[in-house]
Design a protein around this ligand. Sequence first.
Ligand code: S3P
Length: 443
Amino acid sequence: MAKLVIKSKLKNFNKEITVDGDKSISIRTLLIGSQSYGMCKIYNLSKSEDIMSTIAGLRKLGVKIKLKNNECYIFGKGLNSFNYKKNLVINAGNSGTFARLLLGLLIRSPNFIQIEGDKSLSRRDFFRIILPLSEFGASFKINKKKSLPLKILGSDLIKPIKYFEERGSAQCKSSVMLAALNSPGTTTIIAKKSRNHTETFFKYLELPIKIIKNKNLDIIKVDGETQFKSFKYYIPGDFSSSAFFIVMTLLSKNAKLKIKNVNINPSRIGFIKIISKMGAKIKILNKRNLQGETIGDIFVKSQNNFKSINCPTNLNSNAIDEFLIIFLLASKASGVSHFTKLSEMNKKESPRLKLGSELLNKMGIRTIQKNGSIKIFGNPNLSIEKKINIKNFYKDHRIFMTSVVAALCFGGKWIINDVDSYKSSFPSFLKLLKKLGSKHYLI
Ligand code: S3P
């Protein structure tokens, strides 16, 4: 696969951009739309590979989906209306969110359905989902590692469950919420705080959901077997994608950037809280509510000084996908930053905490990384002259994009392998960089 070469820093830009539609919300829209009754009209769906895997998987289950320009039409036939053919194999590609959430919708399948994924997804843990879904009444055929490929067999004798989600995983919470839609009675979830797009979606559709919010936990009750009508939905810009451009602008010389129509749901923006504590100044303009989600325009410009941080762990779940890019800011901060209780990062598309630490070491930044925590010894004068080669990162899109931002901000001569990896979440990433003046090229 082609490699990306970057030999010069990015500077002197003053632009307005939009990023691709939010990946988490795009997947939820397709899955929930497939259970609605009638034709859903979706605007600005992400065109990332994870979303294409979701569409292909749903089509295999008999759901008609049409893509036309920036619109997507889902023809739902109601709850539990999938066409469960025999020997069905669904390939989730790189998408943990699609695979785990879809399993929640398969708890009534009369036939075994095989779920498989790419090399990266096949090393990830599925036991976290198998446990609660088994309690509903589904059965599984699994390998020793409790990972993909696996087979799920649903049941007609599904019963609602009481589930304690203790990781702060929105995927686990959402999978159980989707399973609850197809179960009789009330499912109760006690969940550590995590992104709440599924709850917000259920409320937008006026599904029977009750939420009691406590300081660290939410109690969520979902009544199942309520049919619901199709809907219209506008997918806002992806905050996690925006984070790469925010840090890149902060660290570039003479740069200003406005990112329009970004989802700034309070349960997603731990990143802003963390980098604000490090001294970054981020402005949110034109804040508004859309379909229960908060969206706004983000304005950011170059800055010189950043402080180190002892990162509060209660922000971890709300910034879980943004830590790699936060680590780049910590590399340029004065002092030693400390991030703890991040072992979940090693369970993402790659062992991200470990690889993130190695990336910083390649840049000449000292780190101590052990037991799910990392200390980063920042260098405010960081400037790279040498050659840096990035490979063997399980094609993790976020490792790829973090490396690109590091190359464009700190200098050096970078060759980054597996250039297609960013497409799993952010297909317009390189195009947008060109717009800002990046001189990267492929070999
Ligand atoms: C996601 C939840 C998070 C996140 C992932 C998307 C979601 O995973 O890392 O990129 O859309 O629900 P976990 O729930 O496993 O933390």
